[in-house]
Design a protein around this ligand. Structure first.
Ligand SMILES: [Zn+2]
Length: 305
């Protein structure tokens, strides 16, 4: 259900928020880096109603949007904030375009730019945990909105009717996820396959060398260079006590929560093009790891490359 609140949002308060969150180190001239204190105020932009500044040193004109993906987009501060909020919270492009009176393509284009930044901002560091769990999820993701040439292509077998492990080619791209049992932090990555090479690389990149790696029995994990324990879901084994202390510590039950969160995040989009899946997954990973937005995250998310 749409719930538009744009009309009751104050653009002056919005601009103050943008100035603080887009520029946590203070608003500067994009050319010579002089502080906004050394700029002259000279009115408001026509469509977006944000303050225009002219640097007293180099005469460059700028606004709170300069250097961000919102530059020259003619959006009001309230539209920018609600759009950012919607994208961070995983609202669909169609719903956001209706609520914010924006063209679908405008929202789609801004979302793609923010998602590209979200991918760039995904942590490349290993999880700090002594115990980690890794699992794969196969997301049905075809080529949404791309017209297929029916004459050349036989009817596609529906992805969820296919058997076996999903791959990027058969429209069930795998998402490999690792969760730290103590930190609750996650590393989610879309992959082409779940073969040994891919999983070995994922584990080396996102877990510490001495971590205890819990996985299922999938043989793709056979070559990972970690202390490796597995539960055999094929044999209906879900948790096992290996050290005899009465606690069944070998399991990947924490990944179930991670996948529930991931599926819930993707659900409102009603299908995502497989080429765009990485961006949605990156936003999902940030939402788990950060819990709440910070000016540092927002500033990095909106920055123009
Ligand atoms: Zn300047």
């Amino acid at each position: 259900m749409d719930f538009p609140i744009l009309d009751i949002c104050d653009d002056e308060l919005g601009e103050a928020w943008l100035r603080k969150d887009f520029h946590p180190h203070g608003l500067h001239c994009p050319q010579c880096r002089a502080s906004v204190k050394q700029a002259r105020f000279f009115g408001h932009t026509q469509c977006s109603h944000v303050t225009m500044y002219r640097c007293q040193h180099c005469q460059t004109a700028y606004t709170v949007y300069t250097g961000t993906v919102f530059a020259k987009k003619q959006l009001r501060p309230a539209q920018v904030i609600l759009l950012l909020r919607g994208i961070c919270k995983g609202e669909s492009t169609a719903s956001l375009s209706r609520e914010l009176h924006l063209a679908y393509d405008t929202v789609h284009h801004i979302r793609q730019q923010l998602h590209a930044n979200a991918i760039r901002l995904q942590p490349d560091t290993p999880l700090p945990d002594a115990v980690t769990e890794t699992d794969e999820m196969f997301q049905n993701a075809g080529e949404k909105r791309r017209k297929t040439q029916r004459s050349r292509r036989p009817p596609r077998r529906r992805a969820n009717m296919q058997t076996g492990h999903g791959t990027y080619e058969n429209d069930r791209p795998p998402i490999i996820g690792t969760v730290g049992r103590e930190s609750g932090q996650v590393r989610l990555r879309v992959a082409k396959h779940t073969d040994r090479k891919t999983l070995k690389k994922h584990m080396a990149r996102f877990t510490l060398p001495d971590t205890v790696a819990n996985t299922d029995e999938w043989n793709g994990y056979n070559q990972i260079e970690r202390q490796h324990v597995t539960v055999n879901h094929g044999e209906h084994e879900w948790a096992r006590d290996d050290d005899g202390d009465g606690i069944r510590e070998v399991h990947i039950n924490t990944t179930e929560g991670m996948w529930t969160g991931t599926r819930n995040f993707l659900r409102p989009f009603r299908g995502v093009h497989k080429d765009h899946l990485s961006g949605y997954i990156a936003m999902c990973e940030h939402s788990v790891n950060l819990k709440r937005i910070t000016p540092k995250f927002i500033a990095a998310l909106v920055r123009c490359k």
